[in-house]
Design a binder for this molecule. Sequence first.
Ligand code: NAD
Length: 255
Amino acid sequence: MTSLAEQIRLLAGHIRAASRLTVLTGAGVSAASGVPTFRGPGGLWKDFRPEDLATPEAFERDPRLVWEWYDWRRQMVASCRPNRAHEILAAWSHRYPSFTLVTQNVDGLHERAGTREVVRFHGSIWEVSCWRRCAASPARWREETVPFPELPPPCPRCGGPVRPGVVWFGELIDPDILERARRAVDCDVCLAVGTSSVVYPAAALLDAARERGAFTAEINPEATPASASCDIALAAPAEEVLDRIEGLLDAEPLR
Ligand code: NAD
């Protein structure tokens, strides 16, 4: 079996040679910043599972409860900072002319690290939209109040509740975002970093990249359904693996 050091050298070689690099990220990238993942320790809030709160039905039933969870997450993320993994991906987004980062994360930490070309597959907790989709409101808008003085926060135009600007379980991905993500997987190297690879359609992107001829790699301390089908699976934390790859790329800069 190849050692982690050899895997890192191999992956660094592929990244160095790539003209088109795409990185797919999930909650694990933000774990070292202190943002809990959904699956794994700390994934629960009170006694609720994310799958039971992040749905239109849950919001319909109890908008205040759903907003208490999002308000708590917004407060937590506001006090977190991007970690080494975010910083390296941000640096790559400037270094590689053809780089795309497709993230399932809604925390905005990639943007705060200065990443260019972020495709927000599941939206952002820093945006909201009118739950009734009132005609006077834009489709969604940025809203950074933390914490909200009133839950659910009211729509400034119609006074009805607003909802978080994220894609909930059972909802469709914005077709433009889906199209951008599909274009991005047409690349030379595709990395899936810190995702459990169980939430579709995001989980299908790594396979799509491989089918189009990309070299595919997973970075995740735990095995996932993608581990067996990608070209290499590096079983270690994102912040460590990316830092070691960056060290090798630095030692022998891109031509
Ligand atoms: P997930 O919670 O299902 O899985 C997280 C994965 O990260 C796990 O496989 C875990 O082994 C791995 N992981 C933990 N620490 C890691 C580290 N240091 N380095 C690399 N990997 C690590 O997350 P997902 O696959 O993104 O789940 C899907 C849904 O969860 C998405 O819809 C996303 O919007 C939502 N989510 C987002 C955030 C966020 O924005 N930070 C947080 C929690 C969940």
